[in-house]
Design a protein around this ligand. Structure first.
Ligand SMILES: [Zn+2]
Length: 338
């Protein structure tokens, strides 16, 4: 049995509750898994899918049967994920962020990351109502549920009201209050709480002896997020971005090629990093009484805030970054301490 088919230590009570209901055939057809980011909702949902489909389960999915093997490579016909990436076979891989395997339907490249379209939702509903492979259950994870657009929600509501036999929808949401009330009220609500500091610490210890109190604090007590930070992917990325912005300010790098290094999928994260970085610099400039630096930083911050606003609309990421770096080429040399 792999660690992927077990819930996280602080989720055992919920696990017992839901798996008992499943064994009694009383699990509701639509569950809404809600709670803050980084506490293991995705992990739990995936373990539950494995349990529901396993052919030799006892407490957890066995990890060895045909169903479990198919899940490991994303090839299970009855386990899928509906997300802005499309409608894909669910893969129980370690990071869980990239489904590999079956592709039931995918949007055009430029539409990805925006929302869960009605087209994607229709493909999912169609698949739910097809007759079952192997006569087993069918489970679909919808994540993030906040990405469902209005039309998608409406078509989903009908399916939830009259669900095909042995089908289960697991909706994952960090901000359930932003979902349509009609959708929320038709789902069984499963609330995930932030584990205690003690639980988080001992779990982090087990993940390779990580005891990074700062990371746990910065992630607001969410252990999976803390682990990600402590493992340093985030840190290395931030160091790269710092070098990039410094190089443009010092005119060692031209704005257009600099803009090209920020991927479309990183845009939101990149902008919030720049924002935090500039605020830190501004604080320093104010403390130093450096008015020219403060003014330049102020201006640049206003540009970033405007870019963040436009990034949530239809702005073209590459153009957005180019115009920011062009501004920064002009302001940067006044903004950085000598
Ligand atoms: Zn199994």
């Amino acid at each position: 049995m792999s660690a992927l088919s077990k819930p996280l230590p602080w989720q055992h009570e919920l696990w017992l509750e839901l798996t008992s209901l499943a064994l009694l055939d009383r699990l509701s057809h639509a569950q809404l898994l809600s709670g803050p980011a980084g506490i293991g909702k995705r992990h739990f949902a995936r373990a539950l899918v494995a349990f529901l489909l396993c052919e030799a389960r006892s407490g957890y999915a066995c990890g060895k049967c045909r169903s479990c093997m198919q899940l490991a490579v994303g090839a299970h016909p009855n386990a899928s994920v509906l997300s802005p990436e499309g409608f894909l076979g669910l893969a129980l891989t370690e990071d869980g962020h990239h489904e590999q395997g079956l592709v039931h339907w995918q949007p055009d490249e430029d539409r990805k990351k925006r929302d869960i379209s009605i087209e994607a939702t229709r493909h999912m509903i169609e698949r739910m109502t097809l007759s079952n492979h192997y006569g087993g259950a069918k489970v679909i994870i919808v994540e993030p549920a906040e990405a469902l657009n209005t039309n998608s929600v409406n078509s989903l509501l009908k399916t939830i009201e009259e669900p095909p036999a042995k089908t289960f929808l697991l909706l994952i949401a960090e901000r359930p209050q932003s979902l349509a009330a009609t959708l929320r009220s038709r789902c069984q609500r499963i609330r995930f709480a932030v584990p205690t500091a003690e639980e988080s610490r001992s779990w982090l210890q087990e993940q390779g002896g990580i005891s990074d109190a700062a990371a746990l604090e910065e992630s607001l007590g969410a252990p999976l997020r803390a682990l990600e930070m402590a493992r340093g992917d985030g840190l290395a990325q931030r160091r790269e971005w710092l070098e990039l912005w410094t190089a443009v300010a010092k005119q060692r790098r031209d704005p257009l090629t600099a803009a090209a290094t920020v991927g479309k999928e990183q845009l939101a994260e990149h902008l919030s990093w720049v924002c935090a970085w500039l605020i830190g610099l501004l604080r320093g400039a104010v403390l130093d009484g450096a008015s020219e630096r403060s003014a330049a930083l102020d201006q640049m911050l206003a540009e970033i805030l405007e870019a963040q606003r436009r990034a949530t609309g239809n702005a073209q990421p590459q153009l957005l970054m180019e115009s920011l770096f062009v501004q920064w080429l002009r302001l940067g040399r006044h903004a950085l301490p000598a």
